[in-house]
Design a protein. Structure first.
Length: 242
């Protein structure tokens, strides 16, 4: 799964890196090293007007469409920050978005807690690109929910998959990372055949450019939010992963 992540880049940096032609159509979000569920995040999608790639902000976690009140919405949202690749195309909360409202969710890196190893407590790890300053492009879907006052709230979820390679030593799940050569197809609103969409996610060697380091358990609290959270710490020799 992915329950916390970091995005510390300015909009103009993401616009250049992801070749975003429509610019930033949402709010300018502050750098964050500890994004938690229901908080605002950036997504990259094709806009409705001319299908140009745009950067915009949404809330993390898809609100179940049958939610009637804001309290129901927040509860459902916090439980739908991730959509499993195995079932995203059939789950009522996600299936419509999977067919026509797909996005990229950029990240500087993400955190995972080692549940597969024998640590005294769950040890957090920070996973990022080996290439300095290169973002991760996580596969995502987005939706819109209307509250009691008529306000539209845009939300998104990360598509996760079974962990591969060395990441499986940390946790059984990981985000689905998309290489740049399939971004156009993934964002294409006219591509709505489930089997074709699912085939885009059949990606090999998606962990080859990733690195993981143990970090402080300060990340456990969303109140802590600074660049020190991603600094490596030493762990005991018999607890090392690699």
């Amino acid at each position: 799964m992915c329950g916390r992540y970091a995005i510390s880049k300015l909009p103009e940096e993401l616009i250049e890196e992801f070749e975003i032609s429509a610019g930033n159509t949402g709010a300018i979000l502050p750098a964050s090293w500890n994004i938690a569920p229901t908080q605002p995040i950036y997504i990259i999608r094709n806009n409705q007007k001319n299908l140009e790639r745009e950067l915009t902000d949404v809330s993390w976690g898809i609100i179940a469409p049958w939610s009637k009140t804001k309290s129901e919405a927040i509860k459902s949202q916090s439980m739908a920050i991730n959509a499993r690749i195995e079932t995203v195309f059939e789950k009522p909360t996600f299936r419509r978005a999977f067919k026509s409202q797909r996005c990229l969710i950029p990240a500087t890196g993400y955190y995972e807690w080692a549940t597969e190893l024998n640590f005294p407590t769950k040890q957090p790890f920070y996973i990022s690109n080996k290439t300095k300053n290169k973002s991760l492009a996580m596969a995502g879907i987005y939706e819109t929910w209307q509250d009691e006052s008529g306000k539209l709230i845009s939300t998104a979820a990360i598509i996760t998959r079974e962990a591969e390679d060395f990441l499986a030593k940390i946790h059984s799940r990981m985000p689905t990372f998309l290489p740049s050569e399939i971004w156009d197809n993934w964002l294409d609103k006219d591509l709505n055949q489930v089997d074709e969409i699912r085939s885009l996610l059949d990606i090999k060697n998606s962990t080859s450019q990733l690195a993981a380091v143990a970090v402080s358990n300060r990340v456990n609290s969303p109140r802590n939010n600074d660049a020190q959270l991603i600094e490596p710490i030493e762990i005991l020799p018999d607890q090392t992963l690699f």
